[in-house]
Design a protein around this ligand. Structure first.
Ligand SMILES: [Zn+2]
Length: 291
């Protein structure tokens, strides 16, 4: 087992190297790159899979067909601060998620939704029935609205996030001492970027990821999710359904995001299994970080 795992790590490393040599395109610093130019090229890559590790403890039926995707580009699309989706990017086919698993009406990519439903069925069968999806697909326009809304809020006061990023001294000397009651647009944007994705850079625009929340969290999504039964279950099982923990602890440098125990991304079961066993981020898997 250990031997196999080491070999697998080497194998993934090799793939990352091949990907980088073959198709690593550094994003333009001004963020003007288009989608087709920035997605890593992995057409000729083959990856060893670990299907046999996926066993389902409770549900009587799991549709394997909706979990496997192959290394399909559509499900491995990268969206982060460097790989910008842009205003035009839209998921191919969106469906509304069953309301019993969501906190309000929301949509997800068809295949990701089917995989999510299989996963929720299995999780419920395991006795975890207090978990909901609180965020799924978000359009460019919606992200723009949210972003602008946050900016207005920062321009109308000094938030905890503003103090955390800019520091008390800065806010006092630049603002309070000058009888100003909110941040300038430039500072406001800087603060908002510390907790919200800019339009076009949110993974939620792919329609391939969800945020979970439990009933006990009373509508406030934060790292307490890590202490839930749902998190413990997802940590062991999400990959079997093609989902990965997208922003793991200790990987902030490669993802560009702080730890988000609640955010799960569909990549298909082949990639999810490989990413899970090799302890990688999506960026590392795609060879999109580093040189
Ligand atoms: Zn999220």
């Amino acid at each position: 087992m250990r031997f196999a795992k080491r070999n697998f790590r080497l194998f993934v490393g090799l793939i990352a190297a091949v990907l980088c040599l073959g198709g690593c395109i550094q994003p333009e610093p001004d963020g003007t790159e288009n989608e087709s130019a920035t997605q890593p090229n992995f057409e000729q890559v083959t990856v060893e899979h670990y299907y046999e590790t996926a066993t389902y403890a409770y549900a009587t039926e799991v549709d394997e067909g909706v979990l496997a995707t192959g290394l399909n580009k559509a499900y491995l699309v990268l969206a982060n601060k460097n790989y910008v989706l842009g205003e035009e990017y839209e998921p191919e086919e969106l469906v509304t998620l069953p309301s019993k698993w969501t906190t309000y009406s929301m949509k997800l990519d068809l295949r990701a939704a089917n995989a999510l439903i299989e996963m929720m069925e299995e999780m419920t069968a395991a006795g975890i029935d207090d978990t909901y999806v609180t965020s799924a697909y978000r359009s460019y326009t919606r992200q723009q609205e949210l972003f602008d809304g946050y900016k207005v809020k920062e321009m109308n006061g000094f938030s905890t996030e503003a103090y955390a990023l800019l520091g008390y001294e800065y806010i006092y000397s630049h603002y309070i001492a000058n009888q100003m009651t909110g941040l300038t647009p430039a500072d406001a944007e800087k603060v908002v970027l510390s907790y919200s994705a800019a339009p076009g850079t949110s993974e939620h625009q792919t329609g391939l990821c969800v945020d979970f929340i439990t009933q006990s969290m009373a509508g406030v999504l934060d790292v307490r999710f890590e202490d839930t039964e749902a998190f413990a279950w997802l940590s062991q099982n999400a990959y079997k359904f093609g989902f990965i923990l997208r922003y793991p602890e200790g990987k902030e440098e490669t993802t560009g995001y702080s730890y988000e125990p609640w955010h799960y991304r569909f990549v298909g079961r082949e990639a999810a299994t490989d990413i899970y066993y090799a302890n990688l981020t999506l960026e590392e898997y795609l060879g999109a970080v580093g040189e």
